[in-house]
Design a protein around this ligand. Sequence first.
Ligand code: GLC
Ligand code: CA
Length: 536
Amino acid sequence: MKEVFMEKVWWKDAIGYQIYIRSFKDSNDDGIGDLKGINQKLDYIKSVGADFIWICPFYDSPMDDNGYDVRDYYKVAQEYGKMADLKKLIKDAHDKSIRVVVDLVLNHTSDENIWFVKSEKKIEPFTDFYVWKDGKMVDGKMCPPNNWISFFSGPAWKYSEKRKQYYLKIFSNKMPDINYESETAFAEMEKVIDYFGELGVDGFRVDAIAHIGKDLTFADAKNLKKTYKSFSNLPNTHAYLKRFNKTFSKNNLVTMGELGGDPSKKDLIKYTTENELDMIFSFEQMSVFKKDHTINRKALIKTLKYKESLSSKNGWSVLFWLNHDYPRLISRIRGEQDNKNAQICLASLMYMLKGTPMVYNGEEIGMENYPFKSPADFKDVNAKMIFDNAEDIDAEFNKLKETTRDHSRTVMQWDSTKNAGFSAGKPWTYVNSNYKKVNVEKAQKAKDSILNNYSRLLAVRKEYGEALCNAKYKFFNKGGYMGYKVTCDGYTLEVIANLSKAERVLDLQGAEVLYSNMPKADSLKVYQTVVLKRSL
Ligand code: GLC
Ligand code: CA
């Protein structure tokens, strides 16, 4: 007889920490973060409370999109180190009980990848490795095959003079999309997965995975604003993933898939319940941030409920507030009177949900956005493409200075020394001038810092993680005084954040205060958050 239990796997009650390698820690003073730099900080990562790390791409790349454009999957980019450094990092991390998840880019490669070079020359079996189409003649002018638009702005197609055809590229011009109707493409990417499985990584964050299946009729998008629907969350994506899943499982690799392109709840659930992915990253929480940089309380409680619902029925979701594609969390809520404690409230509400918490490097010390002054300041290819295609540069700048991905890519602030302790050389990107105030060393010393709150909160999360995985959640919101009650085996946990305008009396009878961001918990101050335990 077979009984069905909630599967006990390591990643359901684990805590993740995301590392943007280029900006994390430079070990050789060339101004660029690297694998050895990460190795030097493993103890710190552990002290925050993480059980695993996700490292953004470190593969050989021309760095058009900071490594998401992979030239050679089997080589470490020279500026990040060598394969031996990766092996050592995996070993040292494992010795410290930290698992290692690496980024896997399946949707596209660099146009400098040998597969593309061959495909462009129609060298078999690579001819159909990418999505190639003839152009259309319109009024005697060669135009792209259809009206699709790239995520980074402008047409989703680029003309190849060599092949006299267009290739699809839904991100930058140098990132051609792979065609998974090609057996060769599948076989090559399966080899990549096997290679890293054998190398000893514990899993993959699977990049842009919602887009691997395209509308193979290549019909024009009816609604240009939603052109991404032609290459997002389509049935062939699910089918391709079911095939990749066999290779992931064979190597016992955990997968966390990035699901952009506005997936429906049905789609999201499908990804994790039908042998495709283990966990999903979805982005509904970004609707919580208002234009005036305050928190939309109603949207917040709705999002929390939604997130929790994604981690039932064997589905599983990653819990996060930002990553390398979004501005810094504390800056997004700078309109709140006490944005430091407001961030801590957001953290406790999110990270005690059912799901797997993932902290983005710098979030735990409250790193802030960078004050960009002009369009020339941006480093990100996405921003550059927006300006290339812009009609009104000023308008685009005004939007981008809030939203640019460059905010979350400024260097990690370790201490008060030169370049925030990131590097003794000239950093490849900006150092926020607030680094003498906001840095790890200072945060470790201040009892009420965001960092110390995160590590205390995540310790509670860790202790009750397994119980939370199987518990029942009930949400409440009384004018911004909000949270949830979790019923576990023999006790309840209550996670409460006071995001209302007034102090609230709290009944602490029979309750144990597992966590509070302020000294006393008998009444909840505005921006106070607690985790309580009561026996049943
Ligand atoms: C994902 C990554 C982003 C990258 C894009 C293309 O969205 O998170 O940084 O630009 O995919 O690979
Ligand atoms: Ca370096």
